[in-house]
Design a protein around this ligand. Sequence first.
Ligand code: ADP
Ligand code: ADP
Length: 218
Amino acid sequence: MIEVEQLTKRYGQKTAVDNLSFQVHPGHVTGFLGPNGAGKSTTMRMMLDLDNPTAGRVRIDGQRYRELAEPLKYMGALLDAKAFHGGRSAYNNLLCYAQANRIPERRVGEVLDIVGLTAVAKKKSKGFSLGMGQRLGIAFALLGDPRILMFDEPVNGLDPEGIHWIRNLMKNLAAQGRTVFVSSHLMSEMALTADHLIVIGQGKLLADTSMADFIAAN
Ligand code: ADP
Ligand code: ADP
């Protein structure tokens, strides 16, 4: 379980995340809904310890991220800024990351298979379409076989087939008992993916509810 406790992030006068508290439970796809600029990415970056909160904290199974012995076994993420080396093949991109994190090489083949990139594994990733790049980003997230997956606006700009594939993947990961936390600015997307919803606006919590209750009330 992830516990976000009174999390706040200020940039100068601007409060991007404002005293936000919520929990994310395993075995569910939890949607993180809010308009552009609401503070979703900033919150997710702090959940992944990529950014320091101005106040508040995040606990993962009761621990701070930096206390986790093997963070990649806990959390994998697909964020907006994807860092791969365009001149390298998909396989080599993943292998470098695996080796840097002491993940066995056989796992590279496994994640390429999961994301459907086995046939193009030897191709340079700079020639990849947006959808293929997104699959490669997800392969990075899955490398450590993490119990928690975080996806920041994963379907933006994808074609219908790619969108369908990502929705199914997230549902399958949750059905395996993992924690899946996914952001979107579109309620229509959340309704098709998430079974629990955290809604924020201007950095503040607006709703924390099951999808069924949210739909019944709106
Ligand atoms: P169950 O298998 O019965 O859904 P869980 O342990 O998965 O049991 O969930 C426990 C409770 O927490 C359920 O009532 C569920 O609706 C609720 N819940 C699930 N996800 C979230 C969430 N992201 N935030 C708050 N409550 C949640
Ligand atoms: P979302 O992901 O919901 O679109 P963000 O978390 O990206 O929202 O941004 C929330 C607010 O914080 C926005 O007003 C944005 O301009 C501001 N913001 C985000 N990052 C920075 C930064 N590094 N410096 C200043 N302001 C920032």
